[in-house]
Design a protein around this ligand. Sequence first.
Ligand code: SF4
Length: 369
Amino acid sequence: MAIWNPWHGCKKYSPGCANCYVYRRDNQFDRDSSQIKQTASFSLPLQKDRQGYYRLTAGENPIYTCMTSDFFLEEADIWRPQAWDMMRQRQDLKFVIITKRIHRFSVGLPQDWGEGYPNVTVVCTCENQQTADQRLPVFLSLPIRHREIIHEPMLEEIQIRPYLETGNIQQVTCGGESGEGARLCRYEWIRSTRQQCVDCGVAFSFHQTGAVFYKDGRTYRIPRQLQQSQAKKAGLDYRPPRLPKTTEQMEELFQRLAASEFRSRFSLTPALKQYVLEKGEDTLRRHAKELIRTRLAPAYPKNDGKQTPMKNHPVFVAQHATACCCRGCLEKWYGIPKGRPLTQQEQDIIVEILWEWIRRKAGPAEEIP
Ligand code: SF4
């Protein structure tokens, strides 16, 4: 992990800013944090050493960007295009931008941004319910490839389930507040967010307890150096197995399936191969889409565990071969919990998996008997 601070200083903007660590630290050195200035490391991603090698290397990923300011500050509008350009040039680096000003995301966005640079993760901070409900709909409407949420400092219990159910949030991180005058963080708030993440198959991280932490009827004062380790000791971090979203992930999935004695037994009979040839890709995808929508996508599918026959249609066979046959298998293989409907994105990815399996097993059209 490395840090790149292209500018320094910030303006307090929301409830989470009250005890901002940038202000606290600058205070110690008699510096005015509200003065926003470019730093000497502004061009760090492009800086090279005497041998001509980049000073920042992919081995240091992720690169936390603008950690003593906010990347989307109005005062930084003139510098941001250059910062984006450096990120575009360094595709080998993975930049992480944490912001409370997601509403300013589009100001100065590069023309070639498209659906988002693949090496940029944007993290939207929401410290309470009000900021979550203001910022997350905006966040989800923006062209960003990798989205995460942070509740830090977490100031109350926050319900974000509807936003997680979109399938477009990759991780949620929670943490308390540190420093002088830190506000209390309650264990049950952290548990609540974790449960929402588990239910929606979203990764969860408990980053730090903060200085004042309440659990089981007791308030704990936790020294700075123990706040992260105490959070890790709680054992709340969660990493769901994922549906594949890239070609590499799809390949990894097929390797895992090939390694499974049960899943690798499935194949297409000559009659089913003939069926694939006659019906073609569009029809098979349509069948798969409809079967997934009606038999797998509901929160509680009818006859769950027995809803998919073992033969008579290529999609049925593909469902068993790829562990997309019932909600139990889906939970085990892809971390999608039972008891909630599948998002449209999840259904689309499952159709991709099924077609990929059918395509591989049916072989080239000329080989189909
Ligand atoms: S947005 Fe972040 S850096 Fe800026 S004042 Fe608030 S807490 Fe501090």
